[in-house]
Design a protein around this ligand. Structure first.
Ligand code: ZN
Length: 231
């Protein structure tokens, strides 16, 4: 799970990392022979409709920060890697965020776009009408803005989710959704509550490598097993 990716000399904003860190991390994924798939492809693979690679990873970029086009995309191009970009309707084209033409260009380069709500609220605190707007209407409007259809992946704002949201997403046509925390025992245990690793700006290359390990993922699953809520 990435957000902004900042060029040398620029202050790394909260939740962001430097371009140098991303480059090191992509190089490591390549060296370790990870197959990089989009979130949609992961859903197809885990739904047993496609062969499962030995090692695979999904690179997600949340919020549509303008640094995706300027900094992350050239690095993804360099390593020949795909990614899934989660856009917030109301921020598309706003200062500091990508516009629709930038998103279309990313799609043309093989980047998958998913929905990250209309306004980025905590969905656990939304009324049913608001949920319709944030989950259903956001998809309709984003597809229209990008001149595409079939945006069928979702990302929970702030990672906040609860089981009541899963059937709503399914009915709205989403095949799956990413969170941050999840009570599932495995990352892909529930397609509507997929856990993600957060590469922190303070992570050393060694720590990033540890975060990729099965042991780390098992430890996170153990840590989160008794979370009463993910809201
Ligand atoms: Zn977000």
């Amino acid at each position: 799970m990435y957000h902004g990716v900042f060029k040398p000399g620029l202050t790394v904003a909260p939740y962001g990392i430097s371009a140098e860190q991303l480059e090191q991390q992509l190089a490591l994924l390549k060296k370790l022979r990870y197959q990089i798939v989009t979130f949609g492809q992961l859903l197809t693979i885990t739904g047993h409709q496609a062969p499962r690679p030995r090692r695979m990873a999904v690179l997600t970029f949340d919020d549509g920060d303008s640094t995706f086009t300027e900094t992350a995309l050239p690095l993804l191009r360099k390593f020949g890697m795909k990614a899934t970009l989660f856009l917030i309707n109301q921020r598309v084209g706003q200062p500091g965020f990508m516009d629709a033409s930038g998103a279309k260009q990313a799609i043309a380069e093989g980047i998958e776009v998913g929905v990250h709500s209309m306004t980025h609220p905590n969905l656990c605190q939304c009324s049913q009408d608001q949920l319709h707007e944030e989950i259903v209407e956001s998809r309709v409007q984003l597809e229209s803005a990008l001149g595409t259809d079939g945006l069928d992946t979702f990302c929970y704002p702030y990672g906040h989710h609860h089981p009541g949201l899963y059937p709503l997403l399914k009915r709205a046509g989403y095949r799956g959704a990413v969170a941050v925390f999840s009570r599932e025992r495995t990352v892909t245990g529930n397609p509507y509550a997929m856990r993600r690793i957060y590469p922190h700006p303070g992570d050393s290359p060694l720590r990033f490598r540890l975060k990729l390990s099965t042991s780390y993922l098992k430890w996170v699953a153990y840590r989160d097993r008794n979370r009463e809520t993910t809201c």
